[in-house]
Ligand binder design. Structure first.
Ligand SMILES: Cc1cc2nc3c(=O)[nH]c(=O)nc-3n(C[C@H](O)[C@H](O)[C@H](O)COP(=O)(O)OP(=O)(O)OC[C@H]3O[C@@H](n4cnc5c(N)ncnc54)[C@H](O)[C@@H]3O)c2cc1C
Length: 455
């Protein structure tokens, strides 16, 4: 028997399954829900295209292009409209574009002169001499000053993790930034010299989605898998019996057992913990320790005439300092219909507003009218929108994004060590080594290669 069972039909599990079947392995993928994609979920309603999870991913991964080429969807890729290059951060209640070059850096009012001078001192700051895992906040404050933390990195962390930079690990969340200090002693020096050293064609740092939204990738993979994709089937446990694995599932309250000699578990960390508990209690307990934060998305459609400013950017992010000072509720807002074609009906404008995250972990307890009020109050203050939206859709994501808190790398290493001796058992997913869609695809592709070649 050479059978591989994959558990979890998010982008990680789907990518592994696709490449394994392509390499001739006998695969079956079990997904709890009735649709593929996990966190990726695109819905269409009243002429709007609503992303209930990720909106875009960075177009820097060769593995994403290889997969899209294979699936025949490379021409479905769309890039952000050219007039929307700005990324706004709120300071003193106003939108300010993040500088994109040296001239804008000198002229921007996002940071004070004092903040900029502090940033110029970054190459002269000595390396971290401590041994414990350092938080993003401590790392950035030490190297580049409080203002750069407050008005650049804190909103960036919000955009990626919806997390708290004082609790997240620099080494785990931003390993490239961390290694620039280790290798070059400075982020600025590292960015300059590291760029020179890099080989191969340089890819533009642009965002990508698909004409019909990100759901295009999971939908196309699940079609390619055909009846090897089993939906509505929840896996409850994996046990080792001799050289094989015994995988127990539950579908429509009926329990079934499957056998395989390889198993890939691509479910969220807490689910993986329950599934592998019979194999390793220790790994299960470390998996359980991985925190997730909730996010609510309040998708709004306004008449174009209600918007008084030019939507010349990706949207805005609100630094936590501004939240404390001014009582904002939103984490940020993506100007969906400005950045991509086909996201709203003609004459309408769509915003994907995010709320909650580490700043408000109670967010899912708020009722719909409260979430709407909180959102509209911020949109009124920031964008001067007085009118009510014509369309509202609320999406609640209880365990949206894993948080790579201090000690994350050690936790992952312990889990891997614990499972190292169990031949044929593999873990995949966004809690391990990167949360972005592109990162998940890249990691899952590597894993599929490893399994196919037997390494
Ligand atoms: C609100 C939000 C916004 C985001 N924004 C972005 C963004 O703009 N850009 C970006 O790149 N990334 C973004 N992300 C992150 C990105 O979407 C995820 O990290 C990524 O999609 C995770 O994929 P995954 O396959 O690892 O996990 P998941 O998508 O969580 O997939 C796990 C799958 O396992 C299934 N499952 C669970 N239990 C069982 C079981 N017992 N048996 C069988 N199956 C089971 C689930 O149903 C799910 O389908 C966002 C995420 C969220 C939630």
């Amino acid at each position: 028997m050479n059978k591989v069972l994959i558990i979890g039909g998010g982008i990680s599990g789907l990518t592994v399954a696709y490449w394994l079947q392509k390499n001739g392995l006998d695969v079956t993928l079990f997904e709890k829900d009735m649709r593929p994609g996990g966190s990726i979920r695109t819905e269409k309603e009243e002429g709007y295209l609503i992303e209930c999870g990720p909106n875009s991913t960075l177009d820097i991964y060769k593995e994403v292009d290889d997969l899209c080429n294979e699936l025949g969807i490379i021409n479905e890729k769309i890039f952000t409209n050219s007039g929307t290059k700005n990324r706004y951060v709120i300071r003193d209640g106003r939108l300010r574009p993040l500088p994109t070059g040296p001239f804008q850096f000198l002229t921007t009012d996002l940071w004070s002169i004092k903040g900029k001078i502090r940033l110029f001192g970054e190459p002269f700051v000595s390396k971290y001499s401590g041994t414990s895992d350092e938080s993003i906040a401590d790392f950035v404050r030490r190297r580049a000053g409080q203002e750069f933390l407050d008005y650049a990195i804190d909103p960036f962390v919000t955009g990626v993790f919806a997390g708290d930079p004082t609790r997240l690990s620099i080494k785990s969340c931003f390993p490239k930034m961390y290694s620039l200090e280790k290798e070059y002693g400075s982020l600025v020096k590292g960015a300059m010299f590291g760029r020179k050293k890099k080989e191969g064609p340089k890819r533009k740092m642009r965002l990508v989605s698909f004409r019909d939204g990100l759901q295009t990738i999971p939908d196309t993979i699940s079609k390619a898998l055909g009846d090897r994709f089993i939906k509505g089937c929840s896996i409850t446990s994996v046990k080792r019996t001799g050289d094989e694995f015994e995988v127990t599932s539950e579908k429509n309250r009926v329990s079934m057992t499957f056998r395989a000699n390889k198993v890939v578990i691509a479910t969220p960390a807490w689910v993986t913990a329950n599934i592998i508990h019979p194999i390793s209690e220790l790994a299960a307990s470390y998996l359980m320790d991985i925190e997730y934060i909730p996010v609510a998305i309040i998708f709004t459609g306004f008449k174009k005439t209600s918007i008084k400013r030019n939507l010349d950017g990706f949207g805005f992010l609100i630094p936590s300092k501004e939240t404390k000072l001014r009582g904002y509720n939103l984490l940020g807002s993506i100007w969906s219909s400005a950045i991509y074609q086909g996201r709203a009906p003609e004459d309408m404008v769509a915003f994907t507003n995010m709320i909650g995250g580490a700043r408000n972990t109670e967010i899912l307890e708020y009722k719909d009218p409260e979430l709407i009020d909180m959102t509209l109050k911020d949109l009124k203050n920031i964008l001067n929108i007085e009118d009510k939206p014509e369309f509202i859709r609320i999406i609640r994501q209880p365990r949206a994004i894993p948080q790579y808190t201090l000690g994350h790398q050690e936790r992952i290493n312990t889990i891997k060590r614990e499972l190292l001796d169990i031949r044929g058992l593999y873990l995949a997913g966004n809690y391990i080594n990167g949360v972005s869609v592109g990162h998940c695809i890249a990691e899952a592709t590597k894993l599929a290669k490893k399994i196919s070649t037997g390494n």
